[in-house]
Ligand binder design. Sequence first.
Ligand SMILES: [Zn+2]
Length: 351
Amino acid sequence: MEPAPGLLEQPQRTEAGSPQPEPTPWQALPVLSEQQAGDVELVLAYAAPILDKRQTSRLLKEVSALHPLPAQPHLKRVRPSRDASSPHALEMLLCLAGPASGPRSLAELLPRPAVDPRGLGQPFLVPVPARPPLTRSQFEEARAHWPTSFHEDKQVTSALAGRLFSTQERAAMQSHMERAVRAARWAAARGLRAVGAVVVDPASDHVLATAHDCSSTASPLLHAIMVCVDLVAHGQGRGTYDFAPFPACSFAPATVPYGVRAGAVRKLDTDEDGLPYVCTGYDLYVTREPCAMCAMALVHSRILRVFYGAPSPDGALGTRFRIHARPDLNHRFQVFRGVLEEQCLLLDPDT
Ligand SMILES: [Zn+2]
């Protein structure tokens, strides 16, 4: 089932020197986990003004020993007073407060002899960030409540700023998504759903499978991604379905990925024949955000990264669910949305 020659190749330009079409701008933005994308969760804590600054280091030691905050290593213990007219310059975080907390005295919060409360004023309640911030925007939000440390993930920051991929990588991404768009158009022209998908080995940029939606009343599960994963398996001498009636669905025989040949480019699960387990180490390009079934198929097939063009109301990689980042599944992968979004939206504007 080799692809018909040139079936999905770029249309050839007929006139020499005709102007290059204006490239449509697009941005591949990461689809983060719920923890990374969510608002900062706050919990109540007790703090107290430091009336005598000379006691600060002693108080810091004693309070930290009595009330360690193992789940809040990001919280700084001392902050400058927020009120410029306040007679004291510093405030100290004492301990977390329960959900139904009311006013407490120093003696209740810091019992002697563990802490000598000399130098501290009347405790007050203050909301503090419950968890370490994971992104710069969470950090900015968290520190507005209480001074917070932040161990920045540079890759996440540059991905959110749209700076993760080089010009060369973007050109390759665009070319793979254009291939998926052509497969989707091929399907649409034959009355099938306009969704296209491509699997690529990112180490070599080699296209391993190209698919479009083949679903029908008789075969409702043959979404483009299910077809594409099965075609990758065909390329490995496996696979289940017969896609002969769909000549735009094609695969290339698998080879041992570059990652294995080069030694240790990345960790790959491989089978006895040295081939990767289905999509281990591979990227998927798909014109539309995958549904829950397809997202789970990508978990099972061990995909490395997914790039999709247009979001979908039932989408399981960002819109309704974030299946790629669930801590309770045994495989997680990176997801980027927005590659050629405009063209992808035009394919299937209702969904
Ligand atoms: Zn699907």
